[in-house]
Design a protein around this ligand. Structure first.
Ligand SMILES: Cc1cc2nc3c(=O)[nH]c(=O)nc-3n(C[C@H](O)[C@H](O)[C@H](O)COP(=O)(O)O)c2cc1C
Length: 374
């Protein structure tokens, strides 16, 4: 396949709209949620609004914001991660949504609770304990935080629901619930951190109960057509080999209650989107999620990271796939949308360049991009 025919295919396939609940996304490109820590006091400022608006103006179909803490004292551990509660913080977020809408974009906040990842004494609420399903950290250590009581569960469920209602009230286009990477909701989903014997732990259906109750409460707190996206992953932030589900049947048992509770779309987080998830099929995690739930699914993982993205590239270690592989999979409806993380940090114009086939103008990714809010 030549580069010019790839350009024409990319324009055609990526420019198709996608529907998530009541939201029509004008193309298939999503900005992946990325923690930036540029919001002192948890307040996203004008620089954060401009950062998101730049990407929206350059054609990103849907922006998922960096993870933002829900209204619970143990939700986070940084004063520069934006919070999704408090008058000043929500006023800052309203301006972010307004700036993105002003240039024709769409944006959803990613609602986040870090659970047992929290360290003692950290801001914004220094005295708050780390809480999680069983008081077990991702590395298996115990004794640092505590297992959540029924009251804790109710409080956190209510905090997510409040966050979603606020998101709708201040003008966002939907919400994404952060159920991935070893944070609180994922700590329930994963048997490594969940030893509960009270109906919230045990088999996959029990481990997904807390997430499903959050989804149901969120669903009840917003309009019926307000999109609810659920992000999940097999991998954890300090354990890339961890797995929630070893078979399609286990994955189905985890996802079906979430879909039933009202998820409009899933965001299946993988580090390399082209890797098959289970033996005997080429489908990736997003592909399996779509097949099992019938819901629209966002894929993610190393898309466009290499300057040679267009031709495909055999780098050191795992080969990075070229755009034709991605387009083939979109064309076969393996998944619906593609989230792009680091490549969009590097190059705010990434979507415009790819949608217009200006592949030769893509800037290769450099980790220095993480240090500024350009
Ligand atoms: C700086 C940085 C911060 C991230 N923060 C979040 C986050 O807040 N929430 C989340 O779900 N994923 C987060 N991720 C993961 C990304 O959303 C994405 O899944 C990952 O970077 C892989 O996509 P990429 O290969 O296109 O970068 C982060 C990634 C990076 C590089």
């Amino acid at each position: 396949m030549t580069s010019s025919s790839s350009a024409a295919r990319a324009a055609k396939i990526l420019s198709r709209p996608a529907v998530l609940g009541g939201l029509t996304v004008p193309n298939r490109i999503v900005m992946a949620p990325m923690t930036r820590m540029f919001s002192p006091g948890g307040v996203p400022g004008a620089d954060v609004a401009a950062y998101y608006a730049r990407r929206a103006a350059a054609g990103v179909g849907l922006i998922v914001t960096e993870g933002t803490y829900v209204d619970h004292e143990s939700a986070g551990q940084s004063d520069s991660v934006p919070r999704f509660h408090g008058e000043e913080q929500l006023a800052g977020w309203a301006k972010v949504a307004e700036a993105v809408h002003a240039v024709g974009g769409r944006i959803v906040p990613q609602l986040w609770h870090i659970g047992m990842v929290r360290s003692a004494g950290q801001p914004p609420f220094a005295d708050a304990p780390a809480v999680g399903p069983s008081g077990i950290r991702l590395d298996g250590t115990e004794g640092v935080g505590r297992a959540m009581t029924q009251q804790d569960l109710d409080d956190v469920i209510a905090a997510f629901a409040r966050g979603a209602a606020d998101a709708e009230r201040i003008g966002f286009d939907g919400v994404e619930l952060h159920g991935a990477h070893g944070y609180l909701i994922d700590q329930f989903l994963w048997s490594g951190t969940n030893r509960r014997a009270d109906g919230y732990g045990g088999d996959p259906a029990a481990r997904t109960r807390f997430g499903a109750e959050i989804v149901a409460a969120v669903r009840a707190a917003v309009s019926p057509d307000f999109p609810v996206i659920f992000r999940f992953s097999q991998w954890k932030s300090d354990n890339y080999d961890a797995r929630l589900a070893h078979t399609p049947a286990e994955l189905d048992a985890l996802l079906a209650p979430l879909a039933e509770a009202g998820v409009d779309a899933f965001h299946a987080s993988t580090r390399r989107y082209w890797l098959p998830e289970f033996d005997g099929s080429e489908l990736n995690l997003a592909g399996w999620t779509r097949k099992l739930t019938g819901k629209p699914v966002i894929t993610v993982g190393s898309i466009g990271l290499d300057g040679d993205f267009i031709r495909g590239f055999q780098g050191e270690g795992a080969p990075v796939r070229g755009i034709d592989d991605l387009l083939d999979r979109l064309e076969r409806d393996e998944f619906d949308l593609v989230a792009v993380g680091r490549a969009l940090l590097q190059d705010p114009e990434w979507a415009a360049k790819v949608l217009a086939g200006r592949f030769d103008e893509l800037a290769p990714y450099h980790p220095a991009a993480m240090r500024s809010l350009v």
